[in-house]
Design a protein around this ligand. Structure first.
Ligand SMILES: Cc1cc2nc3c(=O)[nH]c(=O)nc-3n(C[C@H](O)[C@H](O)[C@H](O)COP(=O)(O)OP(=O)(O)OC[C@H]3O[C@@H](n4cnc5c(N)ncnc54)[C@H](O)[C@@H]3O)c2cc1C
Length: 416
């Protein structure tokens, strides 16, 4: 079934009886060539690209809950490629280019909206840093514009420009950045993968790995043993727990990140804005809710809900930046488990176990990475070589001293 304007019209006129489920609900087979653990954005995009680009056959995605139950369905939907370091920027720009073509490619409306992201500048030193970052983006083929205070005022006159502590002095704008409907992305990749023959198996938790003589043979699951030639793990916040079952200890901590949505308002924020002096970012959903967030909760956790101190801190950041937000009522708050790596950057690599591959450490930023994360992981699974743009995202980089520390924070996952 293909989606089109004509199809929507036809269904509207005939009582909407012709829509079909987006993917099958198959029983697990005894063995596959590739088993992907985790049916989030990373896992589904991996399966899709493995089948489509690398002609992989006999592929299964095993998801312990339902598709979209993890961070892919919990994030604040921001996509961008405004990074500084050579280990990151080419990868995220590759992802941005995949976003730009994605909906046409898998014929599904994921509401990709290139409405722009503006990182605000509050000090002269920050302007220098953002100018440098903007230049790095341009060198990697991305777009970047440095705006002065008056240009920002033209875009968002209601920001608090004259805050005594955090005056706004300009901003770094990436116009091609924006938002996408997060669960639409999961459904689009799931549908695309299913059409290419991938078995998507929900309610199937991986509970162990069968490893013999240093090689993985398959996975134990709540629906029985499933053999596999290669196993790719993409379980985000559960990375440490799952990889521990294969005897591996990761340079990753799990923390809760919360997100917030206000009641529906008339259009006021037509792009994405980030506060440069605290951790606060905001956009507006198509339904009218202000969607915003800030820092992770300051302790390790596997709970998918956070606590009040961060809610208070995020509200303070919002009020400092746009005092009018104090008049809006908060509608919903939720949390997801973040796989925080020690340098704030992801890992897409082989592991010391033959046939076992790992994708994780996405911290705050794995949603925007969804297309490239899957493409690069599929490349690695199919060819055993890292994709050009992910070649620095190695597991042993901490041991070798080649960290990708975008913020220059050191080994402090709670600060990245
Ligand atoms: C509140 C919040 C806001 C965010 N905002 C943004 C943003 O604006 N932009 C951005 O780029 N990123 C953002 N992120 C980060 C982004 O959502 C994640 O980095 C990204 O979604 C992680 O990859 P994933 O989609 O594969 O993870 P997930 O969707 O979490 O997928 C992992 C899956 O693995 C499954 N799983 C776990 N254990 C097992 C097992 N044993 N067996 C089988 N399956 C298992 C889980 O159920 C889950 O479905 C945000 C995250 C949160 C929580």
């Amino acid at each position: 079934m293909r989606f089109s304007g004509f199809r929507v019209l036809k269904e509207a006129l005939t009582g909407h009886h012709g829509w079909k489920p987006l993917w099958r609900n198959p029983e697990p087979q005894p063995a596959y060539d590739y088993v992907i653990v985790g049916g989030g954005g990373g896992g589904l995009s991996t399966a899709y690209h493995l089948a489509k680009v690398f002609q992989g056959k006999r592929i299964a995605v095993l998801e312990k809950g339902w598709l979209g139950s993890g961070n892919i369905g919990r994030n604040t939907t921001i996509i961008r490629s405004n990074y500084l370091l050579p280990g990151n920027e080419p990868f995220y720009e590759f992802s941005m280019k995949l976003w730009e073509n994605m909906e046409q490619e898998f014929n599904f409306n994921a509401m990709v909206s290139q409405r722009g992201i503006l990182n605000l500048i509050h000090t002269d030193g920050q302007r220098d840093a953002y100018r440098r970052r903007g230049n790095a983006m341009l060198l990697a083929g991305a777009d970047a514009e440095l705006l002065d205070r008056e240009q920002v005022r033209t875009m968002y006159p209601w920001l608090n420009f004259d805050n005594a502590r955090f005056p706004i002095k300009g901003g770094l704008l990436q116009r091609r950045a924006g938002t996408a409907r997060h669960d639409g992305v999961a459904w689009g990749y799931a549908r695309g993968a299913d059409l290419l023959g991938v078995d998507i198996i929900q309610n199937c938790e991986v509970t162990g790995f069968r490893i013999e003589a240093g090689k993985v043979l398959g996975v134990e699951t709540t629906r029985g043993y499933i053999g596999a030639k290669k196993v790719g793990v993409a379980v985000a916040g559960s990375s440490s727990r799952v990889m521990q079952m294969a005897g591996l200890r990761l340079p990753i901590e799990s923390h809760v990140l919360q997100a917030f949505v206000s009641e529906g308002l008339k259009p006021v924020v037509d792009g994405v804005i980030t506060f440069g002096a605290g951790h606060f970012y905001v956009s507006q959903s198509d339904k009218g809710g202000l969607v915003f967030g800030g820092d992770i909760d300051g302790y390790n956790s596997y709970a998918q809900r956070g606590n009040l101190p961060v809610i208070e801190e995020v509200a303070e950041g919002g009020l400092a930046l746009m005092p009018a937000i104090g008049r809006a009522r908060l509608l919903r708050v939720w949390g997801g488990i973040m796989d925080m790596s020690m340098d704030g950057s992801p890992i897409i690599d082989r592991t010391p176990v033959d046939g076992l591959y790992f994708n994780g450490g996405w911290c705050y930023g794995g949603f925007k990475a969804t297309p490239a994360s899957g493409y690069c992981f599929a490349h690695l699974l199919a060819t055993d070589r890292p994709h050009e743009t992910a070649r620095f995202m190695r597991l042993d980089r901490f041991e070798r001293g080649y960290v990708i520390d975008e913020k220059g924070m050191g080994a402090q996952p709670n600060l990245h």
